[in-house]
Design a protein around this ligand. Structure first.
Ligand SMILES: Nc1nc2c(ncn2[C@@H]2O[C@H](COP(=O)(O)OP(=O)(O)OP(=O)(O)O)[C@@H](O)[C@H]2O)c(=O)[nH]1
Ligand SMILES: [Mg+2]
Length: 253
């Protein structure tokens, strides 16, 4: 794909990172298509061993604008998003949505997220705001998620209710301004890092409520390395915020 692609006919792309999500692919693709028929999909797969990439190629047989990106090199959610976003911007899309593949993010919320871009640069699908929520999680899982969220919010000083959320819509112009080539997060902390960068860049960030449901198929990819990065990164980002505040380009939102 080239930068010459007209946004008039290829406006929105939904970027979906995958690691061993094959059983979720057919339902995911069908439900995204139903909810956002004009959007393309980009599955960014990290050498899944369970045939995810093949399943996605098959599911995209009727979706000429959608594509599978098969990554090589070290795996990581942050790395996958950095690459997917770069390719989306290169392809000339004007709106970029990010979502998980395991159907925890209900595709039916896509129109709400996308239409939120009429009034914001970044729309976060929030579990932790009035009207939002989580279904199917045991109490300890919910407590861990809320703790991670509070920890990241306090460390970075951001007033975002769900700063670790992974269901988001971006104006491409906003994403382009964040210098994705300098993103540090390899894993899940990409969500916090990009929210902080968006805030520091003076972008308008809003939250819309979503109900997150526990994955029904496949396994969580959370591991110790990912958790360790999520503990350290907010403090690195705190230093980033302090640096940005000193620069003349600082425009608090
Ligand atoms: N490309 C890529 N995708 C990943 C990687 N790790 C996780 N993912 C995908 O990122 C999304 C979120 O991962 P999950 O394992 O569902 O994380 P989670 O929602 O916090 O955990 P669960 O609640 O247990 O599902 C899913 O679509 C995963 O397949 C990775 O290293 N590379
Ligand atoms: Mg999940």
């Amino acid at each position: 794909m080239t930068a010459a692609v007209s946004p008039d006919w290829r406006r929105t792309v939904v970027v979906i990172p995958t690691l061993n999500e094959a059983p979720n692919i057919p339902e995911l693709v069908a439900r995204v298509k139903q909810a956002a028929p004009d959007a393309d999909m980009m599955i960014v797969d990290d050498q899944s061993e369970d045939g995810t990439a093949e399943a996605a190629r098959q599911a995209f047989a009727d979706h000429p604008g959608s594509r599978v990106v098969s990554r090589t090199g070290p795996r990581g959610l942050g790395r996958a998003y950095a690459e997917g976003f770069r390719l989306a911007l290169e392809a000339g899309y004007s709106e970029v949505v990010q979502m998980d593949a395991d159907l925890s993010h209900d595709p039916a919320a896509l129109p709400t997220l996308i239409s939120g871009l009429e009034r914001a640069d970044l729309v976060i699908g929030s579990r932790y705001c009035p009207g939002g929520g989580v279904e199917g999680w045991a109490a300890h899982r919910l407590a861990l998620s809320k703790f991670a969220n509070l920890y990241a919010r306090i460390a970075t000083g951001m007033g975002i209710g769900d700063i670790t959320a992974g269901y988001r819509a971006w104006r491409a112009s906003a994403l382009r301004s964040l210098r994705l080539d300098t993103v540090e997060s390899a894993g899940y902390s990409i969500q916090v890092e990009l929210a902080v960068r968006a805030h520091c860049a003076g972008l308008k960030v809003i939250e819309v409520p979503i109900v997150f449901t526990d994955r029904r198929r496949g396994q969580s990819k959370m591991n110790l390395g990912v958790l360790a990065e999520s503990f350290v990164m907010p403090w690195r980002l705190r230093a980033y915020v302090a640096r940005m505040k000193k620069e003349t380009t600082w425009r608090p939102s």
